[in-house]
Design a protein around this ligand. Sequence first.
Ligand SMILES: C[S@@+](CC[C@H](N)C(=O)[O-])C[C@H]1O[C@@H](n2cnc3c(N)ncnc32)[C@H](O)[C@@H]1O
Length: 288
Amino acid sequence: MIHLPVMAEEAIEYLNVKKGKWYVDCTLGAGGHSQKILEKGGKVLGIDQDEEILALAKKNLSDYRRKIVFEKMDFRHVSEAIKKHKIKEVFGVLYDLGLSSYQIEKDARGFSFQREGPLDMRMDLSKTTKCADILNRGIEKELAKILFEYGEERMSRRIARAIVQNRPIQTTIELANLVARTIGKRSGKIHPATRTFQALRIAVNDELAALTESLDNIFPYVASNGRIVVISFHSLEDRIVKRRFREWQKEEVFRVLTKKPLRPALEEVQMNPRARSAKLRGGEKYEY
Ligand SMILES: C[S@@+](CC[C@H](N)C(=O)[O-])C[C@H]1O[C@@H](n2cnc3c(N)ncnc32)[C@H](O)[C@@H]1O
């Protein structure tokens, strides 16, 4: 399946792309958003911690070779890449958080509860801790905490107990079925294991800390009037962005441009279900 960039029109509008200026795409993925920045004449530093997807982006964006540089890294260290490429000022930063369709649909990566795969869930394949390590070695109380804090799962204790009683758990489907058996089907459309899988993925990749650190890490490199745009897919990420934007605004170094987060148009959601839960926030740095 092709990965359609989520809220691409809105993201590009809020980035306010200027010809010949540098933009940092912290979540390059297959390069959909970056391509739009490049088409508008911007230069791109494209970052992703997943080497498989980075290789794909390099292929997809080969026409723009002279206007883009790539770095395989965790975006929490983004300033290192900015310094390495001697970029003086960044005019826009984009985060399109979470996973790409390529990652979700590759069984061997173990991200999906609908596909049989190993319990891996690492975005960066050079990291050592996989989902299976957390599940099969973690103590029950810590597992429950992960499920509650990162999945906002109300049945966290019950699920953690079931995991401990049934381990070792080997595959994604085994885990999904165990969660479904333990908490049953709930009202609404989401699969009972949705929150459990979200929580474990966040824990494996330390996603919330990475986002918080990255925003602080890049801020000093953003030019006056430079933009920061974040597309998030669940409330934990969105809360981090909202708070950080507000704090900067209070310090009078930033102007929030989206009072409320933008949501995708109905037509986009119909075409691309992944956009369903997207929220976009944008703002502009300013200096006296
Ligand atoms: C939703 S996809 C981005 C899709 C992209 N905007 C496009 O149009 O093709 C998110 C990407 O961000 C990467 N990613 C997530 N967290 C990261 C982090 N902390 N550091 C670097 N890359 C990260 C993932 O590996 C994934 O490829």
